[in-house]
Design a protein around this ligand. Structure first.
Ligand SMILES: O=P(O)(O)OC[C@H]1O[C@H](OP(=O)(O)OP(=O)(O)O)[C@H](O)[C@@H]1O
Ligand SMILES: Nc1ncnc2[nH]cnc12
Length: 235
């Protein structure tokens, strides 16, 4: 199992290696669903100023040719409840259970991802426990990919590989069954939310260690105010 330090370095290198993308509701006071691409970080990981690293990230609105935002986005954003001070003081918890109570918003969310990934030769959708297990399977079924659960420690019965990572409110670890993913698999990582990006990077590391190529990471919600945290780990 990776140490905390090794894990931080590994996840930075994972972001370094490819442009992870999320389609998400941006939760910085606005409610735009956007396509966010975490651009390849160029140059040395050490000694690069925080602002320079931040400038290397870019976001593109999930919009049509005419620049219009997808009309489904507002409804999806409105269906997500924000709970202050959960699970501890200072955290604005993005609660997707209210999205799940709204069949139209839930379907629109899945459809947006399916429209993006259908025909892209994705062979595996890897869902992150717990909320990636809600959005991942319907996307996998619709695009004809296998679904692989990335689970919290000691939940999987078979032989596993593990990656530790740092959270907004603690540390955690993801595990994947050995053999679930093969060399040559083209993987999409699915979760509900990206905050620091630590969870996604741990997922990417697991998949890449198993020989898969991670095509993109798809999340419903983006917390841009926390993005800098991963850059701090990178410095
Ligand atoms: O970008 P990050 O800072 O890594 O945070 C994002 C992760 O945090 C949440 O899960 P959480 O760890 O709370 O687990 P849960 O879904 O099992 O409650 C969320 O569902 C993401 O998986
Ligand atoms: N603010 C937040 N809301 C919901 N899930 C989270 N995971 C990490 N930060 C979160």
């Amino acid at each position: 199992m990776a140490t905390h330090e090794a894990c931080s370095a590994a996840r930075v290198s994972a972001v370094d290696r490819f442009g992870a993308a999320s389609v998400g509701v941006q939760r910085n006071g606005g409610s735009t669903l956007r396509l966010q691409k975490l651009k390849r970080l160029r140059g040395s990981r050490k000694g690069v100023a925080l602002e320079k690293r931040r400038a290397q990230w870019w976001g593109a609105m999930a919009c049509g040719k005419d620049g219009e935002q997808d009309p489904r986005i507002g409804g999806i954003a409105a269906s997500i409840r924000v709970v202050p001070d959960f699970p501890k003081k200072g955290i604005m918890f993005q609660d997707i259970t209210t999205l799940l109570l709204d069949p139209k918003a839930f379907k629109n969310t899945v459809d947006l991802f399916v429209e993006r990934y259908i025909g892209k030769d994705v062979s595996v959708v890897a869902g992150i426990e717990a909320r990636g297990f809600i959005f991942g399977p319907p996307i996998a079924l619709a695009i004809g990919a296998k679904f692989v659960p990335l689970r919290k420690p000691r939940k999987l019965p078979g032989e596993v590989i593990s990656e530790k990572y740092v959270l907004e409110y603690g540390t955690d670890c993801l595990e994947m069954h050995v053999g679930a993913v093969q060399s040559g698999d083209r993987a999409l990582v699915v979760d509900d939310l990206i905050a620091t990006g630590g969870t996604l990077c741990a997922a990417m590391n697991l998949l890449e260690r198993a020989g898969a190529e991670v095509i993109e990471c798809a999340c419903v919600i983006e917390l841009p105010e926390l993005k800098f945290m991963i850059i701090e780990f990178a410095a």
